[in-house]
Write a protein that binds this ligand. Structure first.
Ligand code: F6P
Length: 289
């Protein structure tokens, strides 16, 4: 049996544990494409044992590297990737919704692919948990908890820019956990935000506001709010890539193990498709849509 593993898109904490579990099961039968579809297209495919070390499995990042590979959509590159994919009994692709499209297209062109959700954004359709989400939420909570004492000491309010691309999942979950005064999921409501901030300020308190990235420039939002308030009390903090680089939580590692166990089962039963988590965090294999 020859198994190929690749990670694609932004790295996600927990990916290393998933890689380790697959290696532990299949050992020398396991290969990886360096930095995702890019390695698949450009023949950078190596035995996994070359990079596996003792101490990587509980760390964030991913030892087989990942990347964004827009060229994969072009016929010429896709064909080169497909040829390589077909040399394996199974190709495991771990990433977000863009990577899922790649996995599906390879499958429809004759390669045996399995897609596993690995993205902090938790934006894969029909899937309730993707590898990376728990850690990203934890890092976001840490950021708010670490910044707010300083804000409170100076009676300032803070806007936190939270990663997630177009998906509000991290923002909403972290917002609940920190008891945010306001969460901007899909639009910036200046009237609402000034109201929330002013009410807190009048009581000598500070508002914590979580804002999903890619809505508006965070610096401009803060400047506009200060102008509307006629005060200089609104600061901002970009949580950013600490959400990807944070140490994986226990839940994360447990979920990565569950995804790996189902993937291993699927390979042994010659199955292809999407390995997804349901709302009870049970992981199962489904056909490509
Ligand atoms: O998809 C994961 C993610 O971290 C998004 O939340 C974010 O918008 C994007 O990747 C950032 O990507 P990059 O690190 O390539 O700029």
């Amino acid at each position: 049996m020859k198994i190929l593993l690749l990670c694609s898109g932004g790295d996600a904490p927990g990916m290393n544990r998933f890689v380790y579990d697959i290696f532990k099961e299949f050992g020398n039968e396991t290969y990886f494409a360096l930095a995702g579809f890019d390695g698949l297209v450009n023949n950078r495919i190596y035995p996994l044992k070359k990079v596996v070390k003792e101490d990587f499995k509980d760390k964030s990042g991913v030892i087989i590297k990942t990347s964004r590979c827009p060229e994969f959509k072009e016929k010429k590159f896709f064909k080169a990737g497909l040829e390589n994919a077909k040399k394996f009994d199974c190709v495991i692709i771990c990433g977000g919704n863009g990577s899922e499209r790649g996995a599906k297209e390879l499958f429809e062109s004759g390669a045996n692919t399995l897609f596993v959700p690995g993205t902090i954004d938790n934006d894969v359709e029909d899937n309730f948990y993707s590898i990376g989400f728990s850690t990203a939420v934890k890092e976001c909570v840490y950021a708010v908890e670490n910044v707010m004492p300083s804000m409170e000491s100076m009676t300032r309010s803070c806007l936190f820019e939270v990663m997630g691309r177009e998906c509000d999942a991290i923002c909403v979950k972290a917002g609940k956990l920190v008891g945010a005064d306001y969460v901007a999921k899909d639009q910036i409501d200046y009237e609402k935000m000034t109201d929330v901030i002013l009410k807190k300020y009048e009581k000598g308190q500070s508002a914590k506001i979580l804002i999903r990235e890619n809505l508006e420039d965070i610096e401009k939002i803060a400047r506009k709010l200060n102008k509307m308030l006629g005060l200089d009390i609104v600061k901002y903090h970009i949580v950013g890539r600490t959400q990807r680089g944070g140490t994986p939580t226990k839940d994360e590692l447990e979920m990565a193990d569950k995804f790996a166990a189902e993937t291993i089962k699927a390979i042994k039963n010659n199955k292809t498709g999407r390995v997804l988590a349901d709302k009870n965090m049970k992981v199962r294999i489904c056909d490509f849509k």
